[in-house]
Design a protein around this ligand. Structure first.
Ligand SMILES: [Zn+2]
Length: 216
């Protein structure tokens, strides 16, 4: 287990290992953020979610994170979906395994991410660590995209640009550069550069959009 007490800001910025990052964020990020992170992981492996019900379950988990569907609706999706909350589910993991050349780790990762996204009681830290264990280094940037920099407290949010952020949150991600330029012009350098960075994959839960909308 990494010693997170000793992690510095520059270590955080360089870090690509999910486990110490998650440990650092423990107790500092909301259940919504964690759920959206797992949804983003699922969307990264969308091609492996071959069953329409599985995809629907992830979509519902995303909506549940924002309070748009009820716990009951999410529970129904869990019941109908081919995957179950309990790992391992052989049918589903087997399907994922057949879809990839690296069956065990990836199938496990897929199942973990999906189970985690749909966990009715919120993702558990044991699940988080298991996702980290499979070496999903491509998920580390997604976690940073959602958590932001835990070493930097955010300034008061610029509410005047909220209408643009609402559009982006609704799916118009092509407006991110416009938001970035506005933020840079108004002195929000870090947030503006985040929006303008072409290497960042922005997802629901993006720390800049959440900050402007007052979402935690
Ligand atoms: Zn972002």
């Amino acid at each position: 287990m990494a010693n997170c007490e000793g992690m510095t800001e520059s270590e955080w910025l360089r870090c690509t290992d999910l486990e110490p990052m998650l440990e650092l964020l423990r107790g500092k990020v909301s259940e919504r953020k964690l759920r959206l992170f797992s949804v983003a992981c699922c969307r990264n492996i969308w091609h492996l979610l071959s069953n329409a019900l599985d995809r629907k379950a992830v979509e519902l988990a995303e909506q549940f994170a924002d309070g748009l569907v009820s716990r009951e609706e999410l529970a129904r999706a869990t019941a109908y979906g081919a995957i179950t909350y309990d790992w391992p589910d052989r049918n589903w993991a087997g399907r994922a395994a057949r879809a990839t050349a690296k069956p065990t780790a990836l199938a496990r990762e897929v199942a973990e991410c999906a189970a985690w996204a749909r966990a009715l009681d919120g993702p558990s830290w044991e699940q988080l660590v298991r996702v980290a264990e499979v070496g999903a280094s491509e998920h580390a940037p997604l976690l940073k995209e959602i958590s932001g920099n835990p070493f930097r407290p955010m300034p008061p949010r610029p509410e005047e640009v909220a209408p643009l952020a609402i559009d982006i949150y609704a799916g118009k991600w092509e407006l991110m550069p416009k938001l970035g330029e506005w933020l840079l012009e108004h002195g929000y350098r870090e947030a503006g550069e985040h929006c303008l960075d072409r290497n960042i994959q922005h997802v629901k839960g993006c720390w800049v959009v959440d900050w402007i909308l007052g979402k935690e």
